[in-house]
Design a protein around this ligand. Structure first.
Ligand code: ADP
Ligand code: MG
Length: 341
């Protein structure tokens, strides 16, 4: 019997492949199911974190518009973001490449310059990798190791009723940046000296091409004495990632449409391209911001954080499900997306 992958979807596929895996090593605290694996090697209060991510040409990026320096930077952001989502500190990473023949040494040096810059900002050491040839375009795999004190770890499963739902910046901009880049690529495909029109939309390009891992937020949470009850990084869109928190925590959630931060540039481009900016924020993906929950009593401390952090809703009992509340008070159920387009 043959089952098509589409029948299961991304999350169903992961569940199916990993359902019979049980940890045999006593150091494994948590395997599949959170942003990073968690290990306890008996080093006092320190837990060790491990995440891995893959970026594929033609799926996650298009080299006609993705500068290699930015791509190296983004690969580190994507990897480190999962360690930060456990409230951890990224400390070492490996960067592995499947290299297509069309790339030059200088191209790859650019990629490494970007990766080094991101590592430098995070205080994370580039500690190895693997290099191989690829016949299907550039492939980048990044694995990140980090640490977190045992009493500071934030799981996906710790949210409880009445907790506040917080996000760390406006959403949807990276997705709209992707649409802008694609529009210009199509428009200029046959033009000899293409001059893409990006004026006014630089912010969207920055969000797609150079997303920053939010270590600043993790540091600020510690400084303010805030321990999130649950946290995840928003890589697949708010809807999908909030649903992961709800599933792991056994709860529901309500987010309020009029509290969803969407940048002015996102509204403007969405209107031009006839895309609903709310759909971009809920299902767009690629934001690499953090979604976290805190007890209701932390409202004022969260407000003091700044850094773009916004409270967008709250956690409800499980039967309520996860819903978007529109200004007229109706509840629209949130749906997960899986595999990004
Ligand atoms: P993220 O978006 O945070 O990188 P994913 O949604 O890709 O996380 O993965 C969800 C969980 O499933 C994670 O715990 C991840 O380690 C695990 N996972 C994903 N793909 C695989 C795989 N091929 N084999 C085993 N575990 C996987
Ligand atoms: Mg993640």
């Amino acid at each position: 019997m043959r089952t098509e992958i589409a029948e299961l979807g991304e999350f169903g596929l992961i569940d199916r492949l990993t359902k019979d895996i049980t940890a045999t090593n006593p150091a494994t605290v948590k395997g599949v199911g959170d942003d990073a694996a968690v290990m306890d090697f008996g080093a006092g209060d320190t837990l060790v974190l491990l995440s891995s991510d893959m970026l594929l040409e033609g799926v996650d990026f298009d080299l006609t518009w993705f500068p290699l320096r930015h791509l190296g930077y983004k690969a580190v952001t994507v990897g480190a973001s999962d360690i930060l989502a456990m409230n951890g500190t990224p400390t070492q990473l490996t960067l592995s490449l499947g290299i297509s023949a069309k790339l030059s040494v200088e191209d790859l040096e650019e990629l490494y310059a970007g990766a080094r810059a991101a590592c430098g900002e995070l205080g994370c050491d580039l500690a190895g990798g693997d290099t191989t040839a690829s016949v299907t375009g550039l492939a980048i795999a990044v694995s990140v190791v980090g640490t977190v004190p045992r009493d500071r770890i934030a799981w996906r499963g710790g949210a409880s009723e009445n907790d506040l739902v917080c996000i760390t910046r406006d959403l949807g901009a990276a997705y709209l940046g992707l649409h802008l880049l694609e529009r210009e690529r199509r428009a200029l495909a046959e033009v000899e000296n293409p001059r893409p029109q990006f004026e006014g939309y630089e912010y969207l390009l920055e969000r797609q091409l150079r997303p920053r891992a939010r270590k600043d937020v993790i540091d600020a949470l510690a400084a303010e004495g805030i321990l999130p009850t649950a946290m995840i990084d928003i890589s697949d869109g708010l809807a999908s990632d909030l649903l992961q928190i709800c599933k792991s925590s056994g709860c529901g959630a309500r987010v309020y449409l009029d509290r969803l931060p969407i940048a002015r540039e996102s509204h403007a481009l969405a209107e031009e391209l006839h895309i609903d900016p709310v759909v971009a924020a809920l299902n767009g993906g690629d934001d690499h911001e953090l979604l976290f929950t805190v007890p209701l009593g932390m409202r004022e401390r969260v407000a003091r954080l700044g850094l773009g952090v916004e409270i967008v809703g709250h956690i409800t009992p499980a039967p309520a499900g996860a819903a978007l509340v529109t200004p007229d008070g109706s509840n629209v159920p949130l749906r997960a997306q899986g595999f990004r387009e």
